[in-house]
Design a protein around this ligand. Structure first.
Ligand SMILES: Nc1nc2c(c(=O)[nH]1)N[C@H]1C(S)=C(S)[C@@H](COP(=O)(O)O)O[C@H]1N2
Ligand SMILES: [Mo]
Length: 244
């Protein structure tokens, strides 16, 4: 039996390309795997490229909950646990301080968000590069995205290329209106936004779903038309390690 949906969510039959409107027409500059830059309060800022591919690959089926109330159930992601990435790359290579508490995640399109480090170390948080048995499409965050199933979709940054570890959130400026951004955004607690209750945001957001999805799809179609995109690089597996 499928478990009930979280409070205020309804099941979507499609999985639309989605986000805040300013990002509809922004795309990553690089679609093939890019190194993940790790910086902030670390001893040595580093880039993780082939190191990522050496982590244990995991497959995971999870539901995806957008804050505007649509949920896409049973997406089959493949990638690497953030926990493994943290323990095997960030701590030893970048020298993350034991007091690091706060993580800023940035996408190639300029999108950014943050989460407490503890939330990211949950075993179901992935750095995903595949979806439903295929390389991650541009629509859904190529070449690499975060997948944090217990959090609203706006924490799952697409086109991820930078991660910053910080001791505090002192200098972080979230994108968008403050009321729309909850520091944790846990779906189970309906932490849709800050100050404004979840049940009220449901009503404000629902009418925006269709026009937003339509805008994102139009922008994607324009990119396909303009570039003959997306054309994948057939010979190159995502995050392939260089030949030994
Ligand atoms: N880089 C980037 N990441 C992003 C967004 C975005 O616009 N740009 N939108 C967020 C929001 S609000 C949602 S609901 C999901 C949508 O993911 P999808 O486009 O794969 O459905 O991505 C999140 N991550
Ligand atoms: Mo969203």
């Amino acid at each position: 039996m499928t478990p009930p949906l979280p409070p205020g969510q309804h099941e979507s039959t499609s999985f639309p390309r989605f986000g805040l409107l300013p990002f509809a027409h922004r795309f990553p500059s690089v679609f093939h795997p890019v190194p993940l830059r790790i910086s902030g309060d670390v001893a040595t800022p580093v880039e993780a490229g082939p190191e990522l591919a050496r982590l244990a690959r995991v497959e995971q089926c999870s539901d995806f909950h957008c804050v505007t109330t649509w949920t896409r159930r049973g997406l089959r992601w493949s990638g690497f646990r953030f926990l493994d990435f943290y323990e095997q790359i960030v701590v030893p290579l970048a020298g993350a301080p034991p007091e690091a508490r706060f993580v800023v995640l940035r996408g190639q399109d300029g999108a950014r968000t943050s989460l407490p480090l503890d939330d990211l170390l949950a075993p179901d948080v992935l750095l995903a590069d595949r979806l439903d048995g295929e390389p991650l499409p541009i629509e859904h965050g190529a070449p690499l995205r975060l997948v944090a199933p217990a959090h609203y979709g706006y924490k799952s940054v697409k086109h991820l290329d930078r991660i910053e570890l910080w001791r505090s959130d002192a200098s972080y400026r979230p994108f968008g209106w403050r009321f729309m951004v909850h520091p944790r955004a846990r779906v189970a607690y309906e932490e849709r936004g800050r100050w404004v209750p979840g049940w009220l945001l449901r009503r404000l957001y629902r009418p925006l779903i269709r026009p937003t999805a339509a805008r994102f799809e139009r922008a994607m179609q324009q990119l396909r038309d303009a570039q003959g995109f997306p054309e994948r690089e057939p010979s190159r597996p995502p995050h392939a390690a260089p030949p030994a």
